[in-house]
Design a protein around this ligand. Sequence first.
Ligand code: NAP
Length: 292
Amino acid sequence: MADNKIIDGKLIAETMKKEIAAEVANMIDSGVGAPHLAAVLVGEDGASLTYVASKEKACRSVGMISSVYRLSEKSTEEDILKTIDFLNNDPEIDGYIVQLPLPKHINETKIIQSINHDKDVDGFTLYNIGLMQLGEPCYQPATPFGIIELLKRSNVEIAGKHIVVMGRSNIVGTPVSVMLSRKGIDATVTICHSKTQNLKELTRQADILIVAIGDPQFVKADMVKEGAVVIDVGIHRIKDNSEKGYHVVGDVDYDEVYKVASKITPVPGGVGPMTIVSLLHNTLMAAKNNKK
Ligand code: NAP
């Protein structure tokens, strides 16, 4: 029997994929064509290669077209900007991402801010960040969007609740805090970071605790209020003697915190699968706008 305490991100992501695939099939049937997501990949960073490959696979699994623009590690800013310019202007490409991190000699901000905001399916341009801040429709960053979908689709009440977010990064902590506090979602949000004093006092007040700090199993049971909902964003590979040579844990000590939480996301299988599906959601939105 399913454990109702566990928020099953894998299952929720599969459901969302089916919904997206149905919309893609409708677009193809009605003659507008399949959404097309492109990725710019600079260099041979192992994690980036894996992420881009899984994005391609996810695209194909819902009937979308995916293409990858591979540039050498030694590319100049100008080389990358040329590719960006091509993608910005190619009507066949509905949306695209630039896989981060870029090599050290490249100004990441300059590259990201050159993306046409209508195709910015990662939601990283200032234009999309501004719309998000105003609570207007926009491409919402993938992990925060995925977290909010997880909560909604698990019937967790958000409006009026006190949500404590641990971490203030530009890709997770800050945007998820902003999005949760907008009109219509209506949570009361506290953001914590490495300089926060009395951390435990704050986390223990959370009805919903979202943890995105990048510190393996940092959150223990005594930091969590009895009955709280806990969302663990962290992903860490811990070396072990298993066949794979490692196992994956989050920022939360799952076994301990499971005992006090009313709902909790596992790692793996919680927030992770939602991030890619959120990118597909944004690509579908981009294609609907582009192919109008
Ligand atoms: P990040 O850029 O390293 O930011 C970490 C944030 O946590 C910083 O704001 C830092 O504070 C804060 N912090 C660190 N230690 C803390 C502590 N003890 N108490 C309170 N705040 C603390 O990390 P990120 O990119 O947001 O990623 C966080 C984790 O999520 C990583 O494990 C990453 O791999 C994972 N992640 C997963 C997904 C997914 O799809 N599941 C997506 C993105 C990231 P300061 O600002 O003061 O330094």
